[in-house]
Design a binder for this molecule. Structure first.
Ligand SMILES: *[C@@H]1O[C@H](CO)[C@@H](O)[C@H](O)[C@H]1NC(C)=O
Ligand SMILES: *[C@@H]1O[C@H](CO)[C@@H](O)[C@H](O)[C@H]1NC(C)=O
Ligand SMILES: *[C@@H]1O[C@H](CO)[C@@H](O)[C@H](O)[C@H]1NC(C)=O
Ligand SMILES: *[C@@H]1O[C@H](CO)[C@@H](O)[C@H](O)[C@H]1NC(C)=O
Ligand SMILES: *[C@@H]1O[C@H](CO)[C@@H](O)[C@H](O)[C@H]1NC(C)=O
Ligand SMILES: *[C@@H]1O[C@H](CO)[C@@H](O)[C@H](O)[C@H]1NC(C)=O
Ligand SMILES: *[C@@H]1O[C@H](CO)[C@@H](O)[C@H](O)[C@H]1NC(C)=O
Ligand SMILES: *[C@@H]1O[C@H](CO)[C@@H](O)[C@H](O)[C@H]1NC(C)=O
Ligand SMILES: *[C@@H]1O[C@H](CO)[C@@H](O)[C@H](O)[C@H]1NC(C)=O
Ligand SMILES: *[C@@H]1O[C@H](CO)[C@@H](O)[C@H](O)[C@H]1NC(C)=O
Ligand SMILES: *[C@@H]1O[C@H](CO)[C@@H](O)[C@H](O)[C@H]1NC(C)=O
Ligand SMILES: *[C@@H]1O[C@H](CO)[C@@H](O)[C@H](O)[C@H]1NC(C)=O
Length: 441
């Protein structure tokens, strides 16, 4: 009995405590503050928080202030808000033009700062020196043309830096020298044409690097030699004509490399042993030598599609034991020679659509599950063309010039689920053509 009374009194007290807490949370009228540590003031079209009328809790840790009309981040803007315990500040989608030298002075607890989608063209080179704990910095979608080499020097714990979608044309050698904790870096959609080969030399932990949509012409020297933990490197849509694999760490863990939409003519033998996905589509490759990929035992996805005028030599794909997906579409391949392929790959999809293939040799790609030969120049299908492809489920022969189909053309396709013969010149099909496979379709 006594115990119960005590429990009741205790419950009563805590409820009351919470209520008074709610009443006492200081919160500007345009914001919503669920408790003493969080304030949400998004999309209110406000250009300031006036300290005379409005104030935040000084214990505030997270402030969301995106989609407003703040234009200036000067020495006093944040200071007047009296929120020096902030750990996370989101100012994305405002109209901030410049950031002054002391804008962040007194905000030493800040770990996560989002300044994306503003109009920032200048950051004082000492602005971030006051943020020793900063781990995540987002500056995407601004109008930065240059990063002063001192800007990030005190950010020893920076892990994530997004500088994409600016108009940066040059990165100084020292820019990231002290950011040895950096794991994720995007410089995509800028105007970088030359990169100092030592710019990433202290990024031992870098695992994700996006340099796509710039004007880079060469990958050479020691550019990525220090980035052993590299997993993803995106270089699509640059102007790269020279791609030298010795620019990478010998034991690089790189698994995903995209060099599509560049001007690469020759692929030197690739020594990036842990690659799982390689995209070289939309380049200017002329031919693929024998065993070009023979070191890439782990490669699963390979795209060589679009506007490479490819000649494929015998054993071009030799060694690709784990290949699952090979895209050779929209090239100028006239000879389709099964001896180019590795015989024992586990299972795979092959796309050779939109080429100039006239004759199908015997197909010995035993593990193929999907084969797209649409939009080529096939005229006929010989007897038992696919008889080795016991696992094939999908076959497209659409958009060729096929006039005739041999009665036994599809012999052996026991597992076929989809067959497309549309847009050909077939006038007559004997019903026995499908005899061996009808029961599945
Ligand atoms: C404050 O509110 C936010 C959002 O509702 C919540 O995620 C957080 O856990 C709360 N913090 C405290 C200390 O109650
Ligand atoms: C900042 O706010 C915007 C808009 O609400 C949001 O999309 C973005 O994810 C936020 N940034 C972070 C780091 O949470
Ligand atoms: C902000 O930038 C503009 C243009 O660069 C400049 O004229 C102005 O003086 C800057 N304001 C401050 C407070 O630095
Ligand atoms: C961004 O700044 C430029 C000048 O630096 C100005 O012309 C433009 O109107 C600004 N854009 C916005 C959305 O404020
Ligand atoms: C930080 O980088 C600068 C060069 O930008 C260098 O002079 C300084 O020694 C570095 N500091 C540390 C602790 O590495
Ligand atoms: C690409 O590089 C070549 C020289 O290698 C240059 O002539 C051309 O202008 C560059 N293209 C672009 C879009 O910068
Ligand atoms: C690639 O770089 C290495 C080392 O820098 C050099 O020896 C080699 O000649 C380069 N290869 C090409 C094709 O330029
Ligand atoms: C390869 O890159 C091209 C062009 O950038 C893109 O359209 C395609 O989806 C990519 N393929 C894969 C498998 O990622
Ligand atoms: C290969 O590409 C397919 C389709 O684009 C994707 O779903 C898969 O995750 C990729 N695999 C690897 C290892 O990149
Ligand atoms: C190939 O390049 C030509 C000329 O450069 C262009 O007209 C065509 O659209 C490109 N085709 C593809 C599939 O990208
Ligand atoms: C494709 O190859 C044929 C013959 O080899 C050649 O005449 C034609 O110019 C090539 N087309 C392209 C776009 O390279
Ligand atoms: C296929 O038919 C089209 C139009 O009916 C014709 O232009 C083309 O020459 C024919 N192709 C062959 C190989 O007979």
């Amino acid at each position: 009995m006594v115990v119960m009374v005590i429990v009741l009194v205790f419950l009563h007290l805590t409820v009351k405590q919470v209520k008074t807490d709610e009443i006492r949370v200081k919160c500007p009228s345009v914001c919503n503050c669920p408790n003493r540590t969080v304030a949400i003031c998004n999309n209110q079209r406000i250009d300031e928080i006036s300290p005379d009328r409005d104030s935040f809790e000084s214990s505030l840790e997270k402030l969301e202030f995106s989609g407003n009309k703040l234009t200036l981040l000067d020495d006093d803007t944040l200071l007047e808000w009296k929120v020096s315990n902030l750990r996370s500040l989101n100012l994305s989608g405002n109209r901030i033009v410049n950031i002054t030298r002391y804008a962040f002075q007194g905000f030493g607890q800040l770990e996560d700062l989002d300044l994306s989608r503003n109009n920032v063209s200048s950051i004082h080179f000492e602005s971030f020196l006051f943020l020793p704990k900063l781990a995540v910095l987002r500056l995407a979608g601004n109008r930065l043309t240059e990063i002063h080499p001192v800007t990030f020097t005190e950010l020893f714990h920076l892990r994530h830096l997004d500088l994409s979608n600016n108009i940066i044309s040059e990165i100084h050698r020292e820019t990231f020298f002290n950011n040895s904790d950096l794991e994720w870096l995007s410089l995509a959609k800028n105007e970088i044409s030359e990169i100092d080969p030592h710019v990433f030399q202290n990024q031992r932990k870098l695992s994700y690097l996006d340099l796509s949509e710039n004007l880079i012409t060469k990958i050479e020297g020691e550019l990525f030699c220090y980035n052993r933990k590299h997993e993803t490197l995106l270089l699509a849509s640059n102007n790269i004509s020279e791609f030298n694999a010795s620019a990478f760490h010998k034991g690089s863990e790189l698994s995903d490399l995209d060099v599509s939409r560049n001007r690469i003519e020759v692929l030197e033998s690739l020594t990036l042993l842990s690659l799982k996905s390689l995209n070289v589509s939309k380049n200017s490759l002329q031919s693929l030598r024998s065993r070009s990929f023979s070191n890439l035992k782990d490669l699963r996805n390979l795209s060589l599609a679009r506007n490479n005028t490819l000649e494929i030599n015998d054993e071009a794909f030799y060694g690709l034991e784990k290949l699952e997906y090979l895209d050779l579409s929209s090239n100028n391949i006239s000879e389709f020679n099964a001896s180019a392929f590795h015989k024992e790959s586990e299972r795979s999809d092959l796309d050779v659509s939109r080429n100039r293939i006239e004759i199908l040799g015997s197909l010995t790609l035993l593990s193929l599950e999907s084969l797209d030969i649409s939009n080529n120049s096939l005229r006929s299908l010989r007897s038992r063309s696919f008889s080795n492809l016991k696992d094939l489920r999908y076959l497209s022969l659409a958009g060729n010039n096929i006039l005739e189909i041999n009665d036994e053309a599809f012999y052996g396709l026991e597992n076929l689920e989809y067959l497309d013969l549309s847009s050909n010149n077939i006038t007559d099909i004997s019903s026995s053509v499908f005899q061996n496979m009808l029961h599945q379709m």
